[in-house]
Design a protein. Structure first.
Length: 334
């Protein structure tokens, strides 16, 4: 049990995902408050803090980590910095919510998980979509047998930002590319819904010389026990899609907006069996706030995490296999 009623957060950086989504989610949640924001440029930190009503600013991440009035940190930094700042935050005794992907490879992720465990802090990967209660509803439909046995899953997450200059997603040494950025969603969703780990991965990707050689588009097949195949598309120079379909022996579940939840009827999903198609209403809520409260309940109330650091390590192992498959143009077993 934690002595406070609310978790006090510090934000390491003012990335768009932090300013537009995660910080507002923390502020709308029940068990969290945002105490401070740090940026390498103080003016940038002060501007973001003023817009978001954050009291304290720092011009270095080190200063924020030294603040005794901060219990937890959120790390929205470029992918190659997740490893370093997670280790430093754990050493400072801060609980850590780190953007996906947790690391650049599974070895780094395992070291981060071990450091958090040794320090006695909670480490979680920021897959916000998993905390929306609609995924409990989807799993309930699967478990009920309404659509029969699961035969396959297809997931898409694509958009086109190929013309944006200076985008960190286009830096190969920084962990750029579509698999790291959004393919990880499809991987985590498949593992979550099937409740097991894949045994092999085959991925074909389009590596772009104009974008520092990162994979700008990837299509993959994950093999699971029971001869279940999960197919997915991830792309940063394709039309926007954000879907999930679970194919059963008797019916289907369709999620038109699988990872982005607009907080209205567009977040609903559909179940079709035979010629009967029904729309399942879901709660209208901020999934970033739901993620924050789930994190806080673990820290403040000692609840077991829905997804701990080991889950992030397992997801990273699959992502490693997908990247290896794409680079070597072959099937990779796990």
């Amino acid at each position: 049990m934690h002595p406070r009623n609310k978790l006090r957060w510090g934000i390491l950086g003012s990335a768009n995902i932090a300013v537009r989504s995660v910080i507002p989610g923390l502020q709308q949640s029940e068990l969290n408050e945002v105490t401070a924001l740090a940026s390498r440029t103080l003016d940038k930190a002060e501007q973001a803090a003023a817009e978001l009503g954050i009291a304290k600013t720092y011009d270095s991440y080190e200063q924020l980590l030294a603040d005794d009035e901060i219990d937890a940190v959120y790390i929205p930094l470029p992918n190659h910095l997740h490893y370093e700042w997670t280790l430093r935050a754990a050493e400072a005794g801060k609980h850590i919510l780190c953007e996906k992907p947790l690391a650049l490879n599974a070895d780094q992720a395992a070291e981060m998980a071990a450091a958090a465990s040794k320090a006695g802090v909670h480490l979680a990967e920021a897959f916000m979509y998993r905390h929306h209660p609609r995924y409990d509803q989807i799993r309930d439909v699967i478990a009920s047998g309404e659509i029969g046995d699961v035969r396959g899953i297809h997931s898409t997450f694509t958009f086109n930002n190929s013309g944006s200059d200076g985008n960190v997603r286009f830096r190969k040494d920084w962990g750029g590319g579509s698999l790291y950025d959004i393919g990880c969603y499809s991987i985590s969703a498949a593992r979550m819904l099937l409740g097991k780990e894949p045994t092999a991965a085959t991925v074909i990707a389009q590596f772009s010389p104009q974008h520092d050689g990162v994979d700008m588009m990837a299509s993959g097949l994950l093999e699971f026990d029971g001869q279940i195949g999960v197919t997915f598309d991830s792309g940063m120079w394709a039309a926007f899609r954000n879907t999930l379909e679970v194919l059963g022996s008797q019916g289907t579940i369709e999620v038109p907006s699988a990872y982005v939840s607009p907080g209205d009827e567009r977040s609903n999903f559909f179940v079709t069996v035979g010629d009967q198609r029904r729309e399942v209403q879901v709660s209208s809520l901020n999934q970033y706030a739901a993620q924050a409260d789930a994190f806080a309940r673990t820290v403040l109330h000692g609840e077991a995490p829905l997804y701990g650091a080991e889950d992030a390590v397992r997801n990273m192992r699959v992502l490693d296999a997908c990247l290896k498959s794409a680079e070597q143009r072959r099937r990779v077993t796990l």
